[in-house]
Design a protein around this ligand. Sequence first.
Ligand SMILES: [Zn+2]
Length: 274
Amino acid sequence: MKITNMHFMWAAILCGLFYTSAGYAEDAKQTFKWPKGAKAAISLSYDDALNSQLDHAIPTLNKHGLKGTFYLQINSPAIDKRLPEWRAAAKAGHELANHTIFHQCSKSSPGRDWVDAGRDLDKLTVAQMKDQVLVTNTVLYAIDGLRERTFTAPCLDKLAGGQNYIDAVKSEFVAIKSEGGTGVVEDMSKFDPYAVGVYFPNNITAQQLIDIAKQAADKGTMANYTFHGVGGDHLSVTAEVHEEFIKYLAAHKDIYYVDTFINEMKYVKAQQKK
Ligand SMILES: [Zn+2]
């Protein structure tokens, strides 16, 4: 009789422990709530102001009713020659965002032979880079009339002349993409809107893009894709792969909250204040 009671007691304690730990895991997943019960947020970003984005990415997003974020490098010929099309993209609800004027990157980093010696971020001061970033905000204001921005650091480099310039421009932005990695946020409770990690898709299949989104949905977090060329230009995905992925997201709006990065970050920051 005594033994039976002991067994019962241990069974009750163990059940309680299991219940508690399962409950905690569930709570952690549920803590962050995306709009309309979505399981994950998806940020579709496109860097460098490329012709192929105007030719393929924006028409595809419009066709399927999704919004993207376009990080414009102001000296891109595709801005000079096709300014009304960027303005139309902003009117259609896409975000025009800051990617500096000259896209200056650190020449001393590995694989940076392509960086022009006159555009070497290593040779710039923080104050010079800050000027460039602020002028870009002014140019974007002239294009779309908006005063709030997000930023992606060119090449995800953070040091101008060896000093952190991101800290010097932080206050000008709602959020900043400055980290590499898988693009999938591990834990929203530790998420920093000023150090967002992005994934650069390149030569990839639609299924691989979808699998990344599914990982974010499993974690209840967010996936940040930063495309470059779409059906052309550099670091590209084909127009077909891009469209298949966009189609998938549009067909699963119950799972994925897809919006401009600025809207998503305003939502996240409001949730973090609660
Ligand atoms: Zn870039």
